[in-house]
Design a binder for this molecule. Structure first.
Ligand SMILES: *Cc1c(COP(=O)(O)O)cnc(C)c1O
Length: 471
């Protein structure tokens, strides 16, 4: 049959609107919304005939199903919750750190009304928006002064723009890192107006390299934490201690871009290589910059902690205004930081820390529990298998760390792992897993208790969608 003939077989919008399965939808959706959905779907079917992707006009039941899908898709927020089954705890593409319940409540309590964001309740005059968290940061890190901006990239930018404009900043070639495509230390440096002075080689940098690079225009010695890569083999790194000695000798401040911003010592939990901010400051770093939503487990934020004489000018810099954090982030950050007053509480209540420190046994039990709960409501054609595996921290934290975990493999008769992956990804609550050795896997480390209901619904939805396409 020619394409023209097939196109004529596609019904008109008004006719579809009158179908008995479609008409009742008018009670749930505005007429304009329904019309738009029908039109979009019919256009799509026409397109498929024209491109040859389809060789026959769609049956009415398929049109109805697609219209329903389109309506529910349009109703859904574009930015929406997903279930992270990747096991990558700090997953930048999936929103990095999930917030603690108290942080969520803090956002809620200041979002629907007014707040004392920049109002000093004690004396009734203007206050500073970051004063709500600065005291906490000082308390938790031992810093003289603290400052909060939008993210760590902004923190680094602000520090360099304030302290090193038209002057030189010395960085080891082994630390000229790129974080997630758009943040490259050399680029940030250039835009801040500072001149980058590279020293050493990619794999080896020595104290003497720094000495040779020092000049009258050296403003800063910068050390960047290797948060998303590791250099192994024949390597030599100038330690923070050594850098501090050089800085003190010459009266030049040392800045450490810590990336992650760890506030509790995680080595007892098998996570090495992430020094805490208070350790870095105690070691003599004059400025430490770090993220709010990596290991700290809070909202997106950049924190600068350090010496008063270096940070006060940053507070007055025009970029401070451009980089200022929003009230919702500040509320969540304050609530998260409060949890760190008690390390035990932080490890239990900050989801990022909780997930990273789950033991092998806990994960195995958790996987068993999830499977039992899923099986109760999911048809027997879906099979679940428990497997051992490994998860990583992700998001620019502890790059070589592989944590033992438990995976759930999902198998459906006559359905390929990539079909399962796609169907779950497109469910009302999308589920993101991974395919490894031709198996579709969910890592239970990043699946929360409150995800289970939605996970069940999504798997059921995926099964329905997969069997519908098979017909
Ligand atoms: C992640 C990271 C940044 C950027 O932090 P954002 O909060 O994502 O802006 C900068 N430096 C290092 C070392 C990092 O790991």
């Amino acid at each position: 049959m020619s394409v023209q003939v097939l196109l004529k077989q596609i019904p008109k919008v008004d006719r579809v609107l009158g179908w008995p399965e479609i008409a009742p939808l008018l009670e749930q959706f505005p007429r304009s919304e329904l019309l738009r959905a029908i039109r979009t779907c019919l256009d799509r079917f026409r397109e498929q005939l024209i491109t040859g992707d389809s060789q026959s006009a769609p049956e009415p039941h398929l049109i109805v199903a697609v219209v329903r899908d389109e309506l529910s898709r349009r109703k859904r927020m574009n930015l929406q919750p997903v279930i992270n089954g990747t096991g990558v705890v700090i997953h930048t593409n999936l929103g990095r750190s999930p917030l603690a319940s108290l942080a969520e409540e803090a956002i809620h309590s200041v979002s629907q009304g007014y707040s004392n964001l920049e109002y000093n309740l004690a004396n009734g005059d203007r206050g500073g928006r970051t004063t709500h968290v600065e005291g906490l940061i000082r308390e938790l890190t031992g810093a003289e002064v603290a400052l909060v901006v939008n993210n760590n990239a902004a923190a680094v930018m602000l520090a360099l723009s304030t302290l090193a404009v038209n002057r030189e900043v010395i960085v080891s070639r082994g630390e000229l890192v790129e974080i997630g495509g758009s943040f490259r230390i050399p680029d940030v440096m250039r835009h801040s107006g500072a001149t980058l002075v590279e020293v050493g080689a990619t794999n080896r940098t020595h104290v003497s390299d720094y000495h040779a690079a020092l000049s009258d225009s050296t403003a800063l010695l910068l050390k960047v934490h290797a948060s998303n890569f590791a250099i192994v083999g024949f390597t030599a790194e100038v330690t923070l201690d050594e850098l501090v000695i050089i800085g003190r000798e010459r009266g030049i401040p040392v800045m450490f871009d810590a990336g992650s911003g760890c506030l509790v010592d995680l080595t007892p939990h098998g996570i090495r290589g992430e020094p805490t901010v208070s350790q870095l400051l105690a070691q003599g770093a004059d400025i430490v910059t770090f993220s709010g939503d990596k290991l700290l487990g809070g909202p997106q934020a950049g924190i600068i902690a350090g010496r008063r004489d270096l940070l006060e000018p940053m507070k007055r810099h025009p970029l401070m205004r451009a980089f200022r954090a929003d009230k919702l982030s500040l509320a969540a950050l304050e609530a998260t930081l409060r949890l760190y007053r008690d390390e035990y509480l932080a490890l239990r209540e900050v989801p990022t820390l909780r997930m990273l420190t789950m033991t092998r046994d806990e994960l195995s039990r958790w996987a068993g529990l999830i499977i039992r709960r899923l099986k109760r409501l999911i048809p027997a054609e879906v099979m679940f298998y428990k497997q051992k595996g490994e998860s990583s921290a992700g998001g620019g934290s502890v790059p070589l760390l592989q944590l033992p975990t438990t995976l759930i493999e999902i198998r459906i008769q006559d359905v390929s792992p990539s079909q399962i992956e796609a169907a779950l990804r497109r469910a009302a609550t999308p589920v993101i897993g991974r395919i490894h050795q031709n198996r579709f896997l969910l890592d239970v480390r990043t699946i929360a208790d409150r995800d289970i209901l939605a996970l069940t619904a999504s798997i059921r939805e995926a099964v329905t969608a997969l069997t519908r396409k098979d017909q």
